[in-house]
Design a binder for this molecule. Sequence first.
Ligand SMILES: *[C@@H]1O[C@H](CO)[C@@H](O)[C@H](O)[C@H]1NC(C)=O
Ligand SMILES: *[C@@H]1O[C@H](CO)[C@@H](O)[C@H](O)[C@H]1NC(C)=O
Ligand SMILES: *[C@@H]1O[C@H](CO)[C@@H](O)[C@H](O)[C@H]1NC(C)=O
Ligand SMILES: *[C@@H]1O[C@H](CO)[C@@H](O)[C@H](O)[C@H]1NC(C)=O
Ligand SMILES: *[C@@H]1O[C@H](CO)[C@@H](O)[C@H](O)[C@H]1NC(C)=O
Ligand SMILES: *[C@@H]1O[C@H](CO)[C@@H](O)[C@H](O)[C@H]1NC(C)=O
Ligand SMILES: *[C@@H]1O[C@H](CO)[C@@H](O)[C@H](O)[C@H]1NC(C)=O
Ligand SMILES: *[C@@H]1O[C@H](CO)[C@@H](O)[C@H](O)[C@H]1NC(C)=O
Ligand SMILES: *[C@@H]1O[C@H](CO)[C@@H](O)[C@H](O)[C@H]1NC(C)=O
Ligand SMILES: *[C@@H]1O[C@H](CO)[C@@H](O)[C@H](O)[C@H]1NC(C)=O
Ligand SMILES: *[C@@H]1O[C@H](CO)[C@@H](O)[C@H](O)[C@H]1NC(C)=O
Ligand SMILES: *[C@@H]1O[C@H](CO)[C@@H](O)[C@H](O)[C@H]1NC(C)=O
Length: 575
Amino acid sequence: MVRLRDLGSIALFTVAITAQTSTYVNPAVPTGTPIAGSYAGALRPQIHFSPPQNFMNDPNGMFVDANGTWHLYYQYNPTGIVAGNQHWGHATSTDLYHWVNQPIALFPPEERVYVFSGSAVVDVNNTSGFFPSQDNGVVAMFTLARYYENGTAGPQTQNIAYSRDGGYTFEYYDTNPVIDSISSQFRDPKVSWYEDHWVVVVSYAQEFVVGFWTSPDLKNWTFASNFTAHGLLGAQYECPNLVKMPVRDASGAVIDEKYVLAISIQPGAPLGGSVTEYFLGDFNGTHFTPSDAITRLTDFAKDNYAAQFFYGVPDGQNQVNMGWASNWQYAQRVPTGNLEGWRSSMTVPRVKYLTEAPRIGMVMVDEIYDLTPILDSRLKNSTFGNGTVALDYSSVDSGALYIEVNVTNINTFDLKDYSTLNISFASPASGEILQSGFYFGGDNPFFVNRGGIKGFDNIFFTDKFSTADVYSTGSDNGIASWSMKAVIDRSIFEVFVDRGIHAGTVVFYPTQPLTTLNLAAQLPAGARVSVDIWSLKSAWAEYEDEQGTVFGNVTTISANSTARRSMVYKSDFSI
Ligand SMILES: *[C@@H]1O[C@H](CO)[C@@H](O)[C@H](O)[C@H]1NC(C)=O
Ligand SMILES: *[C@@H]1O[C@H](CO)[C@@H](O)[C@H](O)[C@H]1NC(C)=O
Ligand SMILES: *[C@@H]1O[C@H](CO)[C@@H](O)[C@H](O)[C@H]1NC(C)=O
Ligand SMILES: *[C@@H]1O[C@H](CO)[C@@H](O)[C@H](O)[C@H]1NC(C)=O
Ligand SMILES: *[C@@H]1O[C@H](CO)[C@@H](O)[C@H](O)[C@H]1NC(C)=O
Ligand SMILES: *[C@@H]1O[C@H](CO)[C@@H](O)[C@H](O)[C@H]1NC(C)=O
Ligand SMILES: *[C@@H]1O[C@H](CO)[C@@H](O)[C@H](O)[C@H]1NC(C)=O
Ligand SMILES: *[C@@H]1O[C@H](CO)[C@@H](O)[C@H](O)[C@H]1NC(C)=O
Ligand SMILES: *[C@@H]1O[C@H](CO)[C@@H](O)[C@H](O)[C@H]1NC(C)=O
Ligand SMILES: *[C@@H]1O[C@H](CO)[C@@H](O)[C@H](O)[C@H]1NC(C)=O
Ligand SMILES: *[C@@H]1O[C@H](CO)[C@@H](O)[C@H](O)[C@H]1NC(C)=O
Ligand SMILES: *[C@@H]1O[C@H](CO)[C@@H](O)[C@H](O)[C@H]1NC(C)=O
């Protein structure tokens, strides 16, 4: 969630509050209808989720329902372009790329009490008793953060709300909070189901503790254990996630399963600002026991924070998450706010499991969730030894590409310090360039450099990132192979190195669209480079009306609403 001082601006947005039913309603915030937005801006990602307007941060409440609809809620300020006035925005998808904006799902219950981060579950067995005759009831658990009139932070408590319509609208439970507190630094509950009870992990942010609590019914919570001061502390622990996932061998076969406890730290990440670390271990229903003393990071760059795992992905399967693709060091300053009226996107959806990485041991792998629904056409496929690929993709409307590179038959005894493979994206109009590449020899760095992009300048907007990839030598004859996959989408680049053992998420803000790709490889004799480049279809364009506006799921039409013209899909919901 957000730091106290990030909320300094909340007072600006709490205009003329009027009571209506049990919640306070800010007349500037629409209820019962989605917020409309334009997704046409030159910096607006086309295959990533971003809010219709204004400021978004952490993903919240993520679950997949029994019909395969993915629900994404998010920390949302519907009335400002910086953090503050926190609500839960909402969007749904059946493929994790085409998102339908839904009406805001959770509103502040009182003046100056904000809905901070949390999670949601489907209570199939009606353990909560909220659901008289259904098996698709949804219970959300989240932090309510109180601020006093003098601007100081009051308590953060854990609360629930239930939805009888599958997660579209919620009622606050009438005996909240379900975990009380007097601390102003206690937040971000993430609920999951363990055999016969619910478990929630909650962050005591400034005490560096993840608290584990259990409950039979989501209402009555009992303290179970604390996981205290592990790994990097930064200056706060936030957004814990506890999730079980498969361990796979090199062939992809499941050989075991293990728990991951992820903790987002902010501020004070090694590269500055926000980052997510994770621990591998076992969980017995009350206690998480790490299997080693290793602190692992989910990303080698700076723009993947507070990722949340979807509830409801069946046990034993690869898990799925999405993160907030930004960093508190500059999230509230990036130029999309002034230029296009929105700030922050999520990462692409990622498939997660554990595997052994050469030399460094077990790690969580990131794969891009099935891109088929947005794959457009293959712009290039080439195979060569030394060589280059040049592509002008200015005719790709979305500006979004998917790139896959395999390098095989690398004779590691013949590596030179110039044995490299680079991919860059440039704007011939402005000369801006985003670079990335891998050194097959030496310390094996994979790097990304956004320093050649000129649309944003900030002291904390670090421009170069790298990781060390100990790629597989395959066998002891010194012949190795290597791979990478990447998505570029107007203002965000996500790269998955060496089967996804390393992931880098990098936002960048060019003054002119990047429209050319250049790949260059210089490798030992015998090496083969195989490259596939696909254009991606905009996931938003098909929801735009003639004026380029995306209205979301407008089902109730009020006489004076601009929503009259709108529809979700051009063919559905005609008025
Ligand atoms: C799934 O779809 C059916 C038919 O539209 C509906 O009755 C049911 O409530 C849906 N289930 C969930 C979990 O949303
Ligand atoms: C629901 O009940 C079934 C049968 O008792 C049980 O196996 C399952 O774990 C329960 N799941 C949840 C989420 O309550
Ligand atoms: C759900 O729980 C409530 C409260 O215990 C109960 O009244 C209702 O009958 C239950 N519904 C089902 C379908 O079990
Ligand atoms: C702000 O108001 C709260 C609640 O009235 C009070 O407890 C607190 O001491 C005040 N803080 C300051 C700095 O005035
Ligand atoms: C809450 O759960 C605890 C432990 O299971 C139990 O002892 C207690 O009676 C429950 N309280 C209520 C109000 O249900
Ligand atoms: C768990 O940690 C919290 C936050 O530091 C602390 O208040 C609580 O006393 C701890 N509980 C135990 C049993 O250590
Ligand atoms: C879970 O692990 C903790 C710590 O090792 C232990 O104290 C507790 O008894 C275990 N619980 C069960 C149900 O095994
Ligand atoms: C390139 O694509 C064509 C058509 O899909 C296919 O026949 C060919 O095998 C591919 N070539 C390489 C080198 O992958
Ligand atoms: C890749 O980029 C690095 C860093 O700019 C450069 O030293 C190297 O020569 C490039 N490799 C190729 C094959 O162009
Ligand atoms: C690449 O060029 C170098 C230097 O000319 C040469 O030694 C090497 O064999 C070439 N590699 C491939 C894969 O053709
Ligand atoms: C890379 O290798 C994988 C695994 O063998 C294969 O599925 C994929 O098609 C290859 N891609 C390219 C561009 O060669
Ligand atoms: C629109 O919202 C309603 C609930 O208000 C929901 O049942 C329906 O599935 C939604 N449709 C789409 C396309 O999201």
